[in-house]
Design a protein around this ligand. Structure first.
Ligand SMILES: [Zn+2]
Length: 151
C-alpha cells in the first residue's frame, strides 16, 4: 500500500484514540492490515522508486498539513498514529539507501508474505489515500472548532 494511504489511516487513528502510545500501536497494526488488502505493486522486474518518490513527498506534505491543522492537545497522538502506520515500510528506505532493512529478517519475511499486490491498483490506492487524509482533516477541523464542555 502506498505510504500516503498509511499516513491517512494513521491520522484517523491518532485523532480518534487521542493517546500517543495506543495511537502508535494501532497505527502499526493498521499498516499490516492494509498491506493484506489488494493494493498497487510495481510488479516483477519493475522499479517502485518513481512512484515511491511522489508518494513519499505526498505523504510528508499530508503529515505536515494534518499536524498543522490539529488542535495542540491532539497533535502528539496524531503524529504517533501516523508514525506507527508508516514505520513498517522503513524496510524500503533502509534497503534503498543503505542496502539493508532495519527490521529483523523474520519481520521482513512476514511483511513480504502478507502483501497482495497488483500492478493496476495505483489509481484506487491514490483515492484511498486522498479519502483517508481528507477524512482525518475533516475530523481535525471539527475538533478544532468544538469547545470543551463547561462543568
Ligand atoms: Zn508495508
Amino acid at each position: 500500500m502506498i505510504i500516503s494511504a498509511h499516513v491517512g489511516a494513521g491520522a484517523l487513528i491518532g485523532t480518534a484514540l487521542r493517546r500517543p502510545l495506543p495511537a502508535f500501536a494501532a497505527g502499526f497494526v493498521s499498516h499490516l492490515a492494509m498491506d493484506m488488502v489488494p493494493h498497487w505493486g510495481a510488479g516483477p522486474g519493475r522499479s517502485w522508486v518513481p512512484v515511491a518518490r511522489r508518494d513519499g513527498v505526498a505523504g510528508l506534505v499530508a503529515m505536515g498539513i494534518l499536524t498543522a491543522a490539529a488542535p495542540p492537545g491532539r497533535r502528539l497522538a496524531l503524529l504517533a498514529g501516523m508514525s506507527g502506520a508508516c514505520l513498517p515500510d522503513t524496510d524500503k528506505i533502509g534497503i534503498y539507501f543503505v542496502g539493508r532493512s532495519p527490521w529483523p529478517r523474520r519481520f521482513d519475511r512476514f511483511h513480504g508474505r502478507i502483501q497482495r499486490e497488483s500492478t493496476d491498483l495505483l489509481p484506487r490506492d491514490v483515492l484511498v489515500a486522498a479519502a483517508l487524509s481528507t477524512a482525518a482533516g475533516g475530523l481535525l477541523h471539527l475538533l478544532s472548532r468544538s469547545r470543551p464542555a463547561r462543568p
